[in-house]
Design a protein around this ligand. Structure first.
Ligand code: ADP
Ligand code: ZN
Length: 730
């Protein structure tokens, strides 16, 4: 790594801004001088923008026209480590540097001086003279649970005007206080001793030793849900904190529960700093600043936490490393797991990838000796991995509006009698996936996308899951005009809830689907209530598959284990395998043993058999053999190119031209497939065409790709995005 340079007043410096200019701009260093990585404010045309000093100026421009840096901001400079991470990640994902810098500066008010502001809290007085709006404010403050909240944030959360809050301040129900904008996070106490048992001890020791070494290493921490992976990696975090360094734990957004935060608090005596979409802007700014000056030692966050300006990162953990939500598929296309490995390698710190069902890439890296592997065998305490069995649906002959087999009904009934919980899993949001006219067979589709509209009875509307467009439920068929024949076809989570209510009228039923909750916080609260036993039957979509702990749960019923086996996605088998095992892993986490039943029409399918047989290694080996033979990831390189435009002819023309001018790709032995209509051929009124590029593992694909797409001048309304290592093939 190059030495950090300091520039005297007037010297030329290069400044990278978040403006999409495609290059670094030259400025003169300010009176105070500046250094590499300093955050600065610079003039750009008539505006002032924020940027980072990115080395020496090029000096290619007319010196007379070069302007001066206005000032150096009062925040920690961006370290060389983060600068080279951004540059390498930009190269890997073929992303402009300005867009990378935007990812790394996602905190408001970076240029503002430290200052005070008003924050609001609940007083101890008993509220009276309450209106609906006032109640919402009180409720909102309860949800914030003492976290600093500003007037704007509070009014937004309570969906009321600021005057309502001010009224409550007058009444003494709400307190208005001055607080410094950014406070350091409480120190965590890492001294407490571990409570590891069995093979957790060896795994914990191994990770602690790696952290103590303080070099790059990659480790897969593998164990079924409930085996104590979190417990073990928190010991690695403890060692990192004892070294006085910072630790980052990445979780899929939805697993960032109060349950997890409470565990950290129990272990370390204080909460970690949180970074995810539910965090207020004020807290974001505070965290971003504090992490940069070393006053936040443990960050727990969603994928974008990877771009925080850590002062001295000593450990990264990626929990649920197989989770598809680590892949960002809009704006900058990146996989946070892979980028986390890159950052760890650049920083020179250990990275731990934790999962019950690692993805094939990680499994292959272990096989190739690039990662170490630590296994946690039995689940902690008495709980065992649940028994998994199939229910063959073919002889069931259920009516077309019912999906729960008699066997599963009996199992749920038995749980209700024993006061245990059951989970019914269906990976489909909404009420019914298809709305069909029984007179003409027309299926209601989205006007702007090539997708069917999904009925959401809860919203009383049809919703497009591609673009979010909604329309009212039609009474008259939009195609044939016949009235009263529109029918819901197929099950969604809401419709399953109806069937369950009819079957078990006495049971308390909770439906967990991301779109039924106004906010991530509301969802988390619901999950906490369920964990305490507030429901007999939980009906859930994919979100229940993520690491929640439901101690009373002893039965999991998978309504349609075949869903996901269809389709042409190269990862379909892997996904289904992971999802089913994750869902099944929900059962029997505490002392009660669990059972999982998979309803399937294909009990002989290899994936279903691998799930039931529990022979994971066999599944991975078979999957690896197939992918190696096909030359696809992780044994080959792939990139997806998506072209989109409102003009269908244009998008195909440009696609065809790209395919024709494939010299830069051919030179490195890469092949291009397509153009073909993308599996979802129209989204938000834009036609989409896809090209796929395949190359050998050893090929440096990115420079060839960059050269290839640069040959073509894109029409203004055509968008091109490059997705390296595409996850989904849409
Ligand atoms: P995983 O991350 O693999 O799902 P966790 O670390 O969440 O597993 O452990 C599952 C449950 O078992 C948690 O409630 C945890 O507190 C408990 N647990 C795990 N290991 C221990 C231990 N050694 N002593 C006490 N409780 C433990
Ligand atoms: Zn749509």
């Amino acid at each position: 790594m190059v030495a950090e340079r300091v520039y005297a007043a007037g010297e030329l410096v290069g400044v990278l801004t978040t403006e999409p200019l495609g290059r670094i701009l030259d400025y003169k260093a300010p009176e105070t001088g500046c250094g590499d990585g300093d955050f600065v404010e610079v003039p750009l045309g008539p505006r002032r923008v924020i940027g980072v000093v990115w080395g020496k100026g090029e000096g290619k421009f007319d010196p007379a026209r070069i302007r001066s840096v206005i000032r150096v901001l009062d925040v920690a400079p961006m370290r060389a480590e983060l600068r080279s991470f951004l540059a390498r990640a930009a190269d890997y994902t073929i992303t402009p540097m300005a867009a990378m810098l935007r990812l790394a500066t996602r905190a408001p008010g970076l240029g503002d001086p430290p200052s005070m502001r008003k924050v609001y809290r609940l007083a101890d007085t008993i509220p009276n003279q309450m209106t609906d709006a006032r109640f919402r404010v009180v409720e909102a403050l309860r949800r914030f649970a003492g976290a600093s909240v500003t007037l704007g944030e509070l009014a937004e959360e309570a969906a009321c005007g600021p005057a309502v809050v001010k009224g409550l301040v007058k009444l003494g129900v709400v307190l208005e206080q001055d607080a410094p904008r950014d406070l350091p996070y409480p120190r965590l106490n890492a001294a407490g001793s571990a409570r590891l048992a069995g093979d957790q001890v060896a795994a914990g020791d191994a990770l602690v030793a790696l952290v103590a070494q303080g070099e790059y290493s990659g480790t897969l921490l593998k164990g079924v849900t409930g085996s104590g992976k979190t417990e073990v990696y928190l010991e690695a975090v403890a060692e990192c904190l004892r070294q006085g360094r910072q630790a980052l734990v990445l979780l899929p957004e939805i697993s960032l529960t109060q349950d997890f935060i409470a565990r950290v608090e129990a272990r370390f005596g204080a909460k970690p700093a949180e970074w995810h979409s539910g965090v207020t802007m004020t807290e974001r700014r505070r965290l971003w600043r504090m992490v940069g000056q070393g006053d936040a030692s443990f960050v727990v966050g969603a994928r974008s936490a990877l771009f925080l300006p850590f002062q001295d990162l000593g450990l990264i953990v990626v929990d649920e490393e197989h989770d598809t939500s680590y892949k960002q598929e809009e704006g900058v296309f990146y996989n946070a797991r892979d980028m986390a490995v890159l950052r760890a390698a650049i920083v020179g710190c250990p990275i731990v990838l934790a999962s019950a069902t690692p993805c094939l890439e990680t499994w292959a890296n272990v096989e190739a000796g690039k990662y170490g592997r630590l296994d946690l065998g039995a689940r902690f305490g008495a709980a065992e991995l649940p028994q998994m069995r199939a229910i063959d649906m073919r002889p069931e002959k259920l009516p077309s509006d019912r999906w729960i087999s008699s066997k599963l009904v009996a199992e749920v009934q038995a749980r209700i009698e024993r006061k245990e919980q059951s989970l019914l899993f269906i990976n489909r949001r909404g009420y019914a996936p298809i709305t069909l006219c029984r007179a003409c067979g027309h299926q209601v589709g989205c006007d702007d996308c090539d997708a069917r509209m999904v009925e959401h009875r809860f919203l009383k509307r049809l919703v497009c899951h591609q673009c979010g467009a909604t329309k009212p439920m039609p009474v008259v068929c939009p195609a044939c005009g016949v009235e009263g024949r529109m029918a819901a076809v197929g099950p969604g989570v809401e419709r399953l809830a109806e069937e369950v209510t009819a079957l078990f009228p006495q049971a308390r039923i909770a439906v967990l689907s991301s779109d039924l909750f106004g906010s991530a916080r509301a969802l988390k609260e619901q999950i906490a209530l369920i964990a305490e036993g507030a429901a007999d039957i939980i009906i859930g979509t994919q979100i229940v598959a993520k690491g929640h702990n439901f101690p009373l749960l002893t039965l999991v019923g998978v309504i349609d284990a075949d869903l996901g086996l269809q389709g042409s996605d190269l990862r379909a088998a892997e996904r289904t395998f992971q999802l089913m095992r994750q869902v099944a892993g929900r059962a029997g986490r505490a002392e009660k043993p669990g059972e999982a039943w998979l309803q399937t029409y294909q009990p002989e399918h290899p994936v279903i058999r691998a799930i039931l047989g529990g022979d994971e290694e066999a599944f991975w080996r078979a999957e690896a053999t197939e992918r190696r033979a096909a030359g696809v990831p992780p044994y080959g390189r792939m990139a997806g190119i998506i072209l989109s435009s409102p003009d269908v002819a244009q998008v195909f023309d440009v696609g065809a031209e790209l395919a024709r001018r494939d010299d830069p790709l051919r030179r490195v032995g890469a092949q291009v497939f397509g153009p073909a209509p993308a599996p979802i051929a129209r989204v938000r009124g834009r036609h989409r065409v896809r090209l796929l590029v395949k190359a050998d593992k050893s090929v440096a694909l990115q420079p060839a790709l960059a050269e290839w797409v640069a040959q073509i001048k894109l029409p203004a309304n055509l968008r091109l995005s490059i997705d390296i290592d595409p996850q989904s093939f849409y």
